[in-house]
Structures are given as structure tokens and as C-alpha cells.
Design a protein around this ligand. Structure first.
Ligand SMILES: *[C@@H]1O[C@H](CO)[C@@H](O)[C@H](O)[C@H]1NC(C)=O
Ligand SMILES: *[C@@H]1O[C@H](CO)[C@@H](O)[C@H](O)[C@H]1NC(C)=O
Ligand SMILES: *[C@@H]1O[C@H](CO)[C@@H](O)[C@H](O)[C@H]1NC(C)=O
Ligand SMILES: *[C@@H]1O[C@H](CO)[C@@H](O)[C@H](O)[C@H]1NC(C)=O
Ligand SMILES: *[C@@H]1O[C@H](CO)[C@@H](O)[C@H](O)[C@H]1NC(C)=O
Length: 656
């Protein structure tokens, strides 16, 4: 079995390349020869391989996810063998084989949370106490003194989360944590005030559940049950949802603020103290118009707004989960899986976030809420790990339905990009998957009934090129529908994508990547064909990119970091491709994708360059988007912190 996997991994890429060639009607002769060679190989008496194992015949390359005048995104199958050989289904394992000894529930009469001890447990010789967790800042929490309690203790409405400890004969035998969504007068007043102004008009809530690094195709591959559930239950999918930048932070900023990275740096620099507090996050706009807001994310070390950044000086939302998880990660027993924190006490990191999101949606079921919840831990490391959450997430969706959340809320289930590194990344599918995250949107019945044109647009947009900026505008559109905030125009567009628009309206057929702020490097709108990698032209272009990287590092932050890094040189070409632009661009434009190694860091980079024949020589070649790093850079970039240049810097003090 192992040998066969290795065999498929080795030969599949060239065959797939071949099939693509045939579809594009190029180099057919060479390809036919290769296929004959392959068939001969298969039919040798040794090594008999069942042709059924190769799903090539199912690969319908004529099919496009998006097929418009300026964008043709090839459809590709989740069972692509060059990816499947790196995929392995992972089974879900609960963190503990028994439920926690303590629980909390909200009592609507007293409007307080109650902390309970499981009384049926025989060992009630225990003595328990709880301490409240209080936020000091992003990197510190403090604890209130541990208060002894018996079952049925009411928690103060000023307590957001508690850590519970129990002892038997002086020895700690139990520790756990419980976050809550306490009732607060100021929030209730805001909700009441705006609800009165609505005069009975129904106002939708918004629940966003995002997962890091999952392509549309990997959702179908690794979470078939969850995906099937969404398809069977009238969720709207955007199959041409294309990321606009490399990693999580800029893609989420496009979605949450409508800014690209350079505008973020200018207006709300995440490296400055309280820089991010200045950003116009969409949750602020919802809060300003009478919504209660929440944000939760797992793995506090790598939180989107904290990893190598300053985070928020003030809690950015009404209910901010970070202090709780910060305390829980510190005090409860934890495990790691694939380099990511996994179990924290009785639940996984992600389950803490999902439970919190569910409780928030339940507590404010009859009110207008905006919740943003993000998980990193079960999907960040590879394409396989997330499969352990398939049944969990399908059941989770059903629990949201059961508690009535889908009746009042628009639910957005989405990712930021596909996997950005690892063995699958250098395959054709991996390249496409990195750029095409999944996006599903649920519209509640009352919105569909009141606005049949929304449903029609969403169906149409399934096959259109869409971006996180469009999602940003969709959220603004939803807010404008409430009648609380004026028209969509009044709320401002997505600053760095003037031609982007709400997904509740039909996206035009003529849309190109350029129209919607997707640079060539991230654009999936055209197929590529392989070109001779050692040609002079290709070499020159690669040299140009290396020069570009050196200049970029040299001038970064006014040159203040240049002295730390060794200049790079081109080591060798790995692959080279040319975009097959059909008639999407005038003939003076050519787009190349180059994959190459550099010295001294032995880095593997992927760059997209655009050649414009009509421009003067020194301007004709431009590097688009950013240059991707396809292999890891452990240890060689420790001399600096800044995530935007780490992947290009080989520290001068690195020991070989
Ligand atoms: C809520 O609290 C009230 C008053 O203490 C009590 O009568 C009621 O049984 C509690 N409800 C639940 C569900 O615990
Ligand atoms: C209480 O503890 C017992 C024994 O550990 C367990 O079987 C039961 O499921 C627990 N009940 C709850 C509600 O957690
Ligand atoms: C807690 O509840 C009391 C009333 O029971 C209320 O006066 C007080 O404002 C609440 N505290 C907060 C932080 O909302
Ligand atoms: C929402 O309203 C319904 C009907 O009035 C009520 O039964 C339910 O308890 C309320 N839910 C919450 C969370 O307030
Ligand atoms: C960000 O958007 C502005 C226009 O709003 C544009 O001038 C700039 O080049 C963009 N920056 C990046 C990195 O895309």
C-alpha cells in the first residue's frame, strides 16, 4: 500500500499535467507518448495495479468553476491522486473519556449563571472553589481569590469566566474552566433602545464561523459529511471565492475592515500599541447600530491580531473570549497535536470556541447579535487533521438549527485560504487550493421570503469570481437592510476594492482579478502551461525576482532591518509556467509563474511575474502580489519578528 502511494505521488503529477495539455491542445504528441509509456508500465507483468485506483478518467477538465469573459477557473476534484497520497482520515478523540465534574448554565429568571457540581459523583469528599478571570491586557490576566462553593452557586454578572479547582485531603484532584456570557445592563439597554426603534421589523443577526487554512476542495475532501450537510440544507456556496493576500491577517482584514495590508499599516498599524484599536472593524459598526458583539479564537499564542502583533488595548467587542482561553491554556492540562495546542482540560481548543459561539447565539437568540469566531488548531498543520472534526461540525450545525439560531441569523461558514505549505502545496491542486478557500452562507427563511432576489443572486454568484471584500460589503448590506444605518452607500464601500460588491446582488460576468484587487500571483482565473525552466528568458526573470526580494528586504522599514539579512542569489529553477490567457488580456501581456531555489537559505519560492511588452525595458517586468515561500524557514529568520519579511531573510548569525 505504502509503495503504491509513493508510486502514485511520483507519476500522478506528470500525467495530470499531460491531461491538462490535451485539454488545452498543446504538446499533444509528447503527451500521447507519455501516456503510452505509462500504459506500458501499467501492463508489465510485475507490479499489477488496478486501473480503478486512478480516478483520472473522472477528471472532467472541461468543467470550470467560473467561466466568464475574464475569468476561467478550472474545476478540480477533491480526489486528485497527487493530493490524496498525502491525505489520511483522522478519527476524533475526545479529550477525556468522561464529562467534566462541574458545569454552568444560565438561569433566565435570576439572569445569572449558576455553577454546578455533578452531585451523582460518589467522591463528594471534595472541596471546590472558583476564581474569576479578569483581563489585564492582551498578555496578562488576573484572578479573583478562590471562593469555596457547593453545588448551585450563582455567579456575579461581573464575572465573565471562572477557573474551578477541587481538592481531596489537600491534593488537587480536579481543575476546569467555564466561560460565560453574563447579562450586562449596558448591553441590554443598547439592545432595547434599538429594538424599540425597529417597530417590530425583524432584524437579522450575524454569526461568522471561520476555520483557518481550508480550501473549498479540502472541505469536501476532509469534511464530506459537513459539506454534504450544507449542500442538502440550502446553504449558498461561493465556488469562486479567491483570497486577496498570502496569510490569515490580510485576508481577514479585507473581510473585517475592507483594507489591504498597506492601508492597514497606514491607518491602524498592528505593530503599534493600540494600533488595531483604531481600525474600523465591521463589529464596531454593528455595535454602533444596536448589536451585541462577540469574538473568540483558539490558540492564544497565534491569535490573528496577536501573533507578532500588538493585539487590542481595549476589548474589541462586548464579549471577548481571549482572557478566558489565556487562563485556561495556562492552568488546565493541555496536549499538543502536530505542533498545535489541542486539548485544554475537557475540550479541544476549537471546541472551546464553538461552545462559546453557541452559547452566545443562544443567549441573544431574541436580540440582534454579531459574532465572529475563528479556529486555527484543527486545520493549520496539514490537509488531514481537520477530518477529525467532520462529524463534530455537521452535528454542531444541527445543534445551531435545534436552538433556533438559523431562524434569525445569517450564518457565514468560511476560511481565509487553503494550506500554504507542506507536500501538497507544490502540486497543481495545492497551488489552486491555497487560493480558493471555502465560503458558505446561510440566509434565514424570513430574509429569503422577503427578498427572493437575494436567493437568485446567491445562486448565480456560486459561479462568479468573489473576494473577502465582497463579503465585507455583504455584511454592510445586511446592516443596511435593518433600516438602522441608512443605505449601503452611506456605510461606505470596501476601501481598497472600489468595484467589489455585496454578494446578495448579482456579480457581473465581466469581472476580472484586476477589477477586484486580486493580484496576478493570487489569481486563479487562468490555467498555466509548463515552459522550459532553463531557458534564458526564464532564468532572467528569476534573477529579476531574486533582485526584487533583496531590494525589498534592503528597503523594508526604511532599511532598518537590512543589516540583519544576507542577500539571496538564485540557486536553481524548479519549475516554470506561462499563463494561458486565451483572450482575457491583450497580447502584449504575458504572465509567468516561477518556482526556484535560492542560496544561502535553500528556500523554495514561488513568484508570479507580469511581462508587458509595451512598457520600457526597465519597467516591463513586474513581480505581482507577494512572493510565496513554499518550504519552511525554521531557525534561519529568528533575528527578526516581522512576519512580512521573515520568509525572505536569512539571518547573518545563522549557524549552519
Ligand atoms: C432559576 O432560579 C430560580 C430562582 O432561584 C429558581 O426558582 C429556578 O428553579 C431556577 N431555574 C433553573 C432552570 O435552574
Ligand atoms: C456525573 O458523574 C457521573 C459519574 O462520573 C457520570 O456518569 C454522569 O454522566 C455525570 N453527569 C453529568 C451531568 O455530567
Ligand atoms: C448586574 O446586575 C445588576 C442588577 O441585578 C445591575 O444593576 C448591574 O448594572 C449589573 N452589572 C453589569 C456589569 O451589568
Ligand atoms: C426568546 O423568546 C421566546 C418567546 O418569547 C422565549 O420563549 C425564549 O425563552 C426567549 N429566549 C431567550 C434566550 O431569551
Ligand atoms: C492597497 O489599495 C490601494 C488603493 O486603495 C492601492 O493603491 C495599493 O497599491 C494597495 N496595496 C496593496 C499592497 O495591494
Amino acid at each position: 500500500m505504502k509503495r503504491m502511494k509513493g508510486f502514485i505521488c511520483m507519476t500522478a503529477p506528470s500525467l495530470l499535467w499531460c491531461f491538462r495539455k490535451i485539454v488545452l491542445r498543446r504538446n499533444q504528441l509528447l503527451c500521447l507518448l507519455m501516456i503510452f509509456g505509462f500504459c506500458y508500465f501499467l501492463m508489465r507483468p510485475v507490479d499489477v495495479i488496478d486501473p480503478e485506483d486512478y480516478p483520472f478518467n473522472d477528471l472532467d477538465l472541461e468543467d470550470f468553476l467560473v467561466d466568464t469573459n475574464h475569468c476561467k477557473i478550472l474545476d478540480f476534484e477533491p480526489d486528485d491522486p497527487e493530493v490524496m497520497c498525502h491525505f489520511e482520515r483522522v478519527t476524533y478523540k475526545p479529550c477525556k473519556p468522561y464529562p467534566p465534574f462541574t458545569t454552568t448554565h444560565y438561569n433566565a429568571t435570576t439572569q445569572r449563571y449558576v455553577l454546578n457540581i455533578n452531585a451523582s459523583d460518589p467522591t463528594n469528599s471534595m472541596s471546590c472553589c472558583y476564581m474569576g478571570v479578569e483581563r489585564v491586557n492582551e498578555m496578562h490576566v488576573s484572578y479573583t481569590p478562590c471562593v469555596k462553593f457547593k453545588s448551585g452557586t450563582q455567579l456575579a454578572n461581573t464575572t465573565e469566566s471562572v477557573i474551578v479547582k477541587c481538592r481531596t485531603e489537600g491534593v488537587q484532584v480536579y481543575i476546569n474552566g467555564h466561560p460565560t456570557i453574563p447579562e450586562r445592563s449596558a448591553v441590554r439597554q443598547r439592545l432595547k433602545h434599538w429594538a424599540q426603534k425597529d417597530r417590530g421589523k425583524r432584524v437579522p443577526s450575524v454569526l461568522m464561523i471561520g476555520i483557518d487554512s481550508i480550501s473549498r476542495v479540502n472541505l469536501i475532501r476532509a469534511m464530506p459529511k459537513t459539506a454534504q450537510y450544507l449542500y442538502d440544507n440550502d446553504w449558498f456556496e461561493m465556488a469562486g471565492y479567491n483570497k486577496v493576500d498570502d496569510n490569515t491577517f490580510p485576508n481577514l482584514m479585507a473581510l473585517l475592515v475592507g483594507y489591504n495590508l498597506s492601508t492597514v499599516m497606514k491607518h491602524c498599524n498592528p505593530y503599534e500599541i493600540s494600533g488595531l484599536d483604531k481600525c474600523d472593524f465591521i463589529w464596531k459598526l454593528f455595535q454602533k447600530h444596536g448589536y451585541v458583539t462577540a469574538y473568540g479564537e483558539d490558540a492564544v499564542e497565534i491569535n490573528t491580531f496577536n501573533y507578532m502583533k500588538r493585539g487590542f488595548q481595549h476589548p474589541p467587542v462586548d464579549y471577548y473570549m481571549r482572557p478566558y482561553l489565556f487562563a485556561a491554556e495556562k492552568l488546565l492540562e493541555g496536549t499538543n497535536v502536530k505542533g498545535m495546542p489541542h486539548c485544554v482540560g475537557y475540550a479541544t481548543e476549537a471546541e472551546h470556541v464553538y461552545n462559546y459561539a453557541q452559547e452566545f447565539a443562544k443567549r441573544y437568540h431574541n436580540d440582534s447579535f454579531f459574532g465572529f469566531f475563528w479556529t486555527n488548531t484543527h486545520s493549520h498543520s496539514d490537509i488531514s487533521q481537520t477530518s477529525s472534526m467532520d462529524e463534530y461540525l455537521r452535528d454542531y450545525m444541527q445543534q445551531l438549527v435545534a436552538q433556533g439560531t438559523m431562524e434569525n441569523s445569517i450564518v457565514v461558514f468560511f476560511s481565509d485560504h487553503g494550506l500554504r505549505f507542506g507536500p501538497t502545496r507544490s502540486t497543481w491542486s495545492g497551488h489552486m487550493e491555497e487560493r480558493l478557500p471555502f465560503l458558505f452562507i446561510w440566509l434565514p427563511e424570513f430574509l429569503r421570503n422577503g427578498n427572493p432576489e437575494f436567493e437568485e443572486s446567491m445562486r448565480l454568484n456560486y459561479n462568479r469570481l468573489t473576494t473577502p471584500y465582497d463579503l465585507h460589503l455583504t455584511l454592510k448590506h445586511i446592516l443596511s437592510l435593518t433600516g438602522r444605518a441608512g443605505s449601503l452607500e452611506d456605510l461606505g464601500g470596501a476601501k481598497d476594492c472600489p468595484q467589489c460588491q455585496s454578494l446578495l446582488l448579482p456579480v457581473p460576468l465581466s469581472r476580472s482579478c484586476e477589477d477586484v484587487a486580486i493580484e496576478d500571483h493570487w489569481c486563479t482565473c487562468w490555467p498555466y502551461e509548463r515552459v522550459y525552466k532553463n531557458s534564458k528568458v526564464v532564468q532572467q526573470m528569476a534573477e529579476h525576482v531574486v533582485q526584487y526580494l533583496n531590494d525589498y528586504v534592503k528597503s523594508f522599514r526604511q532599511g532598518s532591518l537590512a543589516y540583519l539579512c544576507q542577500p539571496l542569489t538564485l540557486l536553481s529553477m524548479s519549475e516554470a509556467y506561462k499563463a494561458y490567457l486565451m483572450d482575457m488580456y491583450p497580447s502584449n501581456i504575458e504572465i509567468y509563474r516561477l518556482i526556484f531555489y535560492t542560496n544561502p537559505n535553500k528556500a523554495l519560492y514561488e513568484a508570479t511575474v507580469r511581462f508587458n511588452d509595451l512598457l520600457p525595458d526597465n519597467e516591463s517586468l513586474s513581480v505581482t502580489g507577494s512572493v510565496s515561500r513554499l518550504n519552511e524557514y525554521n531557525g534561519e529568520a529568528d533575528c527578526l519578528e516581522d512576519f512580512t519579511i521573515k520568509k525572505y531573510c536569512y539571518c547573518k548569525n545563522t549557524l549552519l
